[in-house]
Design a protein around this ligand. Structure first.
Ligand SMILES: Nc1ncnc2c1ncn2[C@@H]1O[C@H](COP(=O)(O)OP(=O)(O)OP(=O)(O)O)[C@@H](O)[C@H]1O
Length: 239
């Protein structure tokens, strides 16, 4: 898989939080175009806050964020999305009262321009026979595919995923891993994925970051799959 030398995302000294609580404290991270980065950490360590800070839902209190050379530190979420940052939140947020097709078209409604519908369905042939089915009648795995497809309707360059395997049957988890690998190679996407499922993460990531107390305490890079034992050690040390 091609990974560029150029940094697509640069986070420099990011501090953010809620009300009187500081969650991320001077976090610094650079992600190259085409990289697939896993974010690990125990509950409450700031993984979702990092995702929400990257999309602009949680403002930076200090530090600087840059995406594809543009300073996005003070840009609102819709502008960051237009620049190419896509987000699939924890819990997926499928609109259950709408059909698969309607959910997909919502992903496009946020963007003006050429239709992504046919291109997206070509990447997700599993959804073709489900197009008229309401979101409420999808399995967890189908919902995750729909959430990914809906996000891709906005043509992101960077895909942020928060716990994509949560609540998904173990037998389907490998399908999600395969889909992410496929999307990355077909579209050259950069992917940052928050995960608790180590097996899943080790099967897809070429770099793993461990968060603790709002800081990065391990940044394990490998040309291929990261070392599961090493990651586990960092998680244990940080428990
Ligand atoms: N909207 C909010 N208002 C106030 N505090 C919040 C809010 N969201 C999260 N927090 C707090 O911020 C801290 C970090 O939460 P965050 O959700 O980023 O952690 P996480 O690593 O993603 O955890 P989990 O694995 O449980 O999702 C926690 O102490 C949490 O209680």
């Amino acid at each position: 898989m091609y990974i560029s030398d150029a940094m697509q995302l640069e986070v420099d000294g990011l501090t953010s939080g809620y009300g009187g609580i500081t969650v991320l404290e001077g976090l610094t991270l650079a992600v190259a175009e085409g990289e697939l980065v896993g974010i690990l950490g125990h509950n409450g360590m700031g993984k979702t806050t990092l995702m929400r800070s990257l999309i602009g839902a949680v403002p930076a209190r200090a530090g600087r964020l840059s995406f594809m050379g543009t300073d996005i530190t003070n840009l609102p979420p819709h502008r960051r999305n237009q620049l190419g940052i896509g987000y699939v939140p924890q819990g997926r947020e499928i609109i259950k009262g709408l059909s698969v097709k309607e959910n997909l078209l919502l992903g496009q409604a946020a963007h003006r321009g050429a239709s992504e519908y046919d291109r997206t369905l070509a990447l997700f042939p599993e959804l073709v026979e489900l197009l008229e089915r309401p979101g409420s009648r999808l399995s967890g795995g189908q919902q995750q595919l729909l959430a990914l497809a809906r996000c891709l309707m906005g043509r992101p360059r960077l895909l942020l995923l928060d716990e994509p395997t949560e609540g998904i049957q173990p037998s389907i988890v490998s399908d999600i891993a395969q889909k992410l690998r496929h999307l990355r190679s077909e579209l050259g996407l950069t992917i940052i994925v928050v995960e608790q499922n180590l097996d899943f993460l080790c099967s897809i990531a070429d770099r793993s970051i461990v968060l603790r107390g709002g800081r990065i305490v391990a940044d394990l890079r490998g040309a291929a799959v990261p070392d599961r034992d090493e990651i586990e050690q960092h998680l244990l040390i940080n428990a």
